[in-house]
Design a protein around this ligand. Structure first.
Ligand SMILES: [Zn+2]
Length: 325
């Protein structure tokens, strides 16, 4: 019996770890270390630190969900392919000589002054990005153009700029705090309905958790993030989509309305009120009351090619336990 409990506990713990672990000393050092590198680049290039942080975080999130890229390490996670680093015509794709790399128009540079342009060194990689961005300019619009030319994809640019705006507005790199979507002083109930044939007012297979509560109970953002979508959908009613720094997308549906002044493109923090519980959906805009009031809460990931939903229930349980209010 004891064994079983331990097994269950450790599975739960392993599941929870990557998302909800409190900041450890090692984390603190890692964030400090990264911030120092970004600030150093800001000094060297006059491009604000949060753009570097936004690019780095975009690539880190991508590498967690892609099998064709090496997994990220602790520090800077930007992956520059060897031939891009060394120069496409360079016969040696593992070249670390700044001179020959420059000769073959590679992007690689020596950022830490050790005489080598090493694409696995954090400072060298950041210096290469800085040099590339500087060739376009230091203002917001030119940075966006540079990013578009580099990634050739609108979505990548908007994710990076979204990250940068979050870092700028909150002034720190650790934006992993979470909270439960409803304030705990209100009555609510929910259970694990993942994969049920139908949720209340949900889709054909239920991709999320329904949290039942009275009309107008405040709905809060669970995470730091950017409001990416806001409006009416036939199934979801009045709903909001928010994307966080890890490229996780949170979906809040059937709301009875939105918080005053909440805009697409705005940054939110865990606990920011975004709307109220309602029963909207299943008809033209404004349709309400076809099922009991509840918040439908969904979580999604994408890897740049496709998108999938995953079960929010264990996360909700965690955030509920950890929220003070
Ligand atoms: Zn639902």
């Amino acid at each position: 019996m004891k064994k079983v409990i331990w097994l269950v506990l450790s599975i739960w713990f392993l599941n929870a770890m990557p998302f909800e672990a409190a900041e450890t000393e090692a984390d603190k050092r890692m964030y400090q270390n990264r911030m120092e590198l970004f600030k150093k680049m800001e000094t060297a290039t006059a491009i604000p630190w949060y753009y570097y942080a936004g690019i780095d975080q975009y690539e880190r999130s991508l590498r967690f969900v892609r099998d064709d890229l090496p997994k990220p390490k602790d520090n800077i996670s930007v992956y520059i392919p060897p031939e891009k680093w060394a120069g496409y015509m360079n016969p040696n794709h593992e070249d670390t000589s700044p001179l020959t790399i420059a000769f073959f128009h590679g992007v690689g540079v020596d950022g830490n002054g050790d005489g080598k342009a090493d694409r696995t060194d954090s400072e060298d990689v950041l210096a290469a990005i800085g040099k590339y961005l500087l060739s376009y300019g230091t203002d917001h619009d030119n940075i966006k153009i540079a990013l578009w030319r580099y990634y050739q994809r609108d979505k990548s640019v908007s994710l990076i700029i979204g990250n940068a705006m979050m870092y700028k507005n909150y002034g720190k790199l650790n934006l992993q705090d979470k909270t439960f979507p409803l304030p705990k002083r209100f009555n609510y109930s929910y259970k694990n309905t993942w994969g049920d044939a139908r949720g209340w007012g949900g889709r054909r297979t239920h991709e999320g958790t329904d949290i039942f509560a009275n009309y107008s109970v405040p709905v809060r953002s669970v995470s730091y993030g950017i409001v990416e979508m806001k409006g009416w959908n036939r199934f979801g009613g009045w709903r909001i989509g928010i994307r966080d720094i890890n490229n996780t997308y949170y979906y809040y549906a059937h709301l009875n309305g939105f918080a005053d002044g909440l805009k697409i493109g705005q940054t939110v923090a865990p606990g920011t009120i975004i709307g109220g519980v309602g029963s909207t959906g299943y008809g033209p805009p404004g349709t309400s009351g076809k099922f009991p009031p509840h918040l439908h809460f969904g979580m999604y990931k994408d890897n740049g090619k496709n998108e999938w939903s995953f079960d929010p229930y264990p996360h909700l349980k965690n955030w509920e336990r950890q929220s003070d209010s």
